[in-house]
Design a protein around this ligand. Structure first.
Ligand SMILES: CC(C)(COP(=O)(O)OP(=O)(O)OC[C@H]1O[C@@H](n2cnc3c(N)ncnc32)[C@H](O)[C@@H]1OP(=O)(O)O)[C@@H](O)C(=O)NCCC(=O)NCCS
Length: 220
């Protein structure tokens, strides 16, 4: 399948999704890669990982960037350079999960995580979240909410990109309703409190979570 969906998360934050139905050869022939990306691709052991990586490049080309515009810092966080088509600097975050690759582009710092629903995420919930937030839910919603919270923590981690942040001890989600598709989060780390707005959505049997810094006048 080609490009799957675009979701406008906020006025300046757009999520792009690729559903991977192509084989690896097709994806490989469809994109141009710089040498460092070719080396990374060749070093990947699983074909599924290769497909996810190539599908991100398909998304980039779909929206007017190429692999040559993308680079990574020493921690593995991606950044994107302006090009002839997009002259303003933007922020980027990437996630892949099984059949999907996802890319978010924003004028502000963002973190993105896409997660497939799987029982294990609920089973290990006490290790990463306040399980009182799972009370009074159906079994199905318990799994969905735990997966959203996992995605929240991954996406906040991806914005901050700081070694030492613990999902359980440093990132605290306010309780929220799944139907609202948004919530607030605090990062309490290194004697500093930071606030984040979270938006999330459901795509087939996946959840997609995006974190952004809260505007200062919205912190309450
Ligand atoms: C790096 C990490 C965020 C990747 O998340 P993931 O769910 O495993 O995988 P995803 O597919 O969602 O994300 C992978 C993408 O994240 C991006 N990424 C990698 N390191 C990153 C970092 N330090 N900061 C921001 N983004 C990063 C990359 O774009 C990568 O894809 P690409 O290399 O193909 O471009 C994750 O492995 C991690 O280290 N998490 C925090 C560690 C932790 O505390 N874990 C559990 C504690 S209970």
């Amino acid at each position: 399948m080609p490009f799957y969906k675009v979701i406008t998360l906020t006025a300046d934050t757009i999520l792009y999704l690729w559903k991977i139905t192509e084989d690896v050869d097709y994806l490989f022939k469809s994109v141009r890669l710089k040498d460092s990306s070719l080396a990374r691709l060749e070093a990947m052991k699983s074909e599924s990982h290769q497909k996810g990586f190539l599908a991100v490049r398909m998304l980039l080309e779909h929206i007017g960037y190429t692999d040559f515009d993308l680079y990574y810092d020493e921690f593995g966080k991606p950044h994107i350079k302006p090009n002839d088509c997009h002259t303003e600097p933007v922020e980027v975050s990437i996630s892949h999960s099984h059949d999907f690759s996802a890319l978010v582009i924003s004028e502000q710092k963002v973190g993105l995580d896409m997660e497939i629903l799987k029982e294990l995420t609920l089973k290990v919930a006490p290790r990463y979240m306040d399980v009182s937030h799972l009370e009074n839910l159906s079994k199905e919603d318990e799994l969905i909410k735990a997966t959203v919270v996992w995605g929240i923590k991954e996406s906040v981690f991806k914005i901050k990109n700081i070694v030492g942040i613990s999902f359980k001890d440093h990132i605290f989600e306010d309780d929220f309703n799944l139907a609202d598709k948004k919530c607030r989060v605090q990062l309490r780390f290194n004697n500093k409190v930071e606030h984040f707005d979270i938006v999330f959505d459901f795509i087939e049997n996946y959840v997609c979570v995006c974190a952004m810094h809260s505007a200062p006048n919205e912190i309450g």
